[in-house]
Design a protein around this ligand. Structure first.
Ligand SMILES: *Cc1c(COP(=O)(O)O)cnc(C)c1O
Length: 370
């Protein structure tokens, strides 16, 4: 979040003081450019999935005069099945919550477990929405650190958690913006520290399907305070629908039910998301190509004299360019490719697109002055 002049607000507006220096979340949306800036999946929905979604929506349309299933039972059961298949677990509907994107999941967690007088900790640089929602909900946000390769030192993180005694600990793996995964052993060490101070450990696995690490959902049975947030926005190529979900102990889900808005998830979203789960295989068929492309782009960036970080996600953070991040970003935009300036001087982040989009990005890189 950028900081703006806190005097920009009219004096009659009773805006909370902790929001006066805030700006709206604002990744640029420029459809005329090749958009490699928000980590979307570049593959549009296959016809087969579109047709099934139309059928599913047609079959519920008559009942849209009624509120949707408040508890999204059918969808949550389907999500439990998806997680059980991919992680060999035994979750059911009581272990899953679903909402409009994992950002809403994060907000509902903050409403239940954060707030005034409470503290949350995250390991920076990481996903900017975590401190943003922390601030909106009046939770104090403590910035923990990552090492020079943006990995987490689990001993140091555990010590920091024992000292700060937060209510919430945030761990993004693979991390955004660096692409760095955290091993299950390191997550477990951090979970033990969180448990010792009665904190909830929120593992944000938005990019889990792109990584070879085992999911932290496998820790939930032994560590009931470990909760895992996932999304259909990236691997499922479903960002436009807005569907995120939480895998957790049933007591955590019960607390989410207290802070969610009534009927928060529309019947259209529930129906579309169920179709996506039924077609998970087709929707994720493009993941292998994205991973191959990720390694091709990384090798090409290295050959161009830049320093790309290894990534377990669908994007690459790179450094090694001569001009500032802002000027380099602008030069690449000038070539028709929108990537992300994540606010880390000396670095830029590029999302892996289709092979043709990646070629355009690499052409823009080769055109940079060196
Ligand atoms: C993209 C992203 C999300 C996303 O969210 P949705 O609201 O589900 O689209 C959550 N966490 C991280 C780390 C992300 O990069």
């Amino acid at each position: 979040m950028e900081n703006h002049d806190s005097n920009k607000w009219p004096t009659w507006l009773p805006l909370r003081s902790n929001l006066r220096s805030s700006s709206p979340y604002g990744a640029p949306q420029r459809p005329e450019l090749i958009s490699l800036n928000t980590n979307e999946n570049p593959n549009s929905l296959p016809t087969e999935v579109r047709d099934a979604m139309m059928d599913a929506i047609a079959s519920i349309a008559e009942g849209l005069n009624r509120y949707p299933d408040r508890d999204a039972v059918a969808l949550r059961s389907a999500l439990a099945g998806y997680i059980n298949t991919s992680s060999k677990t035994f979750f059911d509907v009581r272990n899953i919550w679903a909402a409009n994107g994992s950002n809403e999941i994060l907000q509902t967690l903050f409403l239940a477990f954060g707030g005034a007088g409470r503290t949350a900790i995250g390991f920076s640089p990481s996903y900017s929405v975590h401190p943003m929602i922390s601030n909106i909900t009046g939770t104090s946000w403590i910035v923990g650190s990552r090492n020079s390769e943006f990995g987490i030192d689990a001993h140091g993180a555990a010590a920091g958690i024992r000292e700060v005694k937060p209510a919430l600990v945030f761990l993004t793996t693979p991390n955004n913006p660096s692409g760095t995964p955290t091993s299950l052993a390191d997550i477990e060490e951090i979970a033990q520290a969180a448990g010792d101070v009665r904190a909830l450990l929120v593992v944000d696995e938005a990019y889990a399907e792109f990584s070879d690490e085992e999911s932290a959902v496998t820790l939930i049975r032994r560590y009931p305070h470990v909760v895992v947030s996932r999304t259909m926005s990236k691997a499922f190529a479903f960002a436009g629908v807005r569907l995120g979900y939480l895998v957790a102990n049933p007591a955590v889900i019960d607390a989410m039910l207290v802070t969610r808005l009534p009927y928060h998830l529309s019947a259209l979203t529930q129906a579309a998301a169920q179709v996506a789960i039924e077609h998970a295989g087709v929707l994720q068929a493009g993941l292998d190509e994205i991973k191959v492309e990720r390694e091709r782009v990384r090798a090409a960036l290295t050959l161009a004299g830049l320093k790309p970080l290894p990534s377990a996600a669908n994007f690459i953070l790179f450094s090694g360019f001569v001009a500032s991040s802002k000027d380099t970003w602008q030069a690449i935009v000038g070539r028709g490719v929108l990537i992300r300036d994540v606010g880390l001087e000396g670095y830029l982040r590029v999302t892996i697109g289709t092979p043709a989009e990646n070629d355009e990005f690499l052409a823009a890189i080769h055109a940079l002055e060196s």
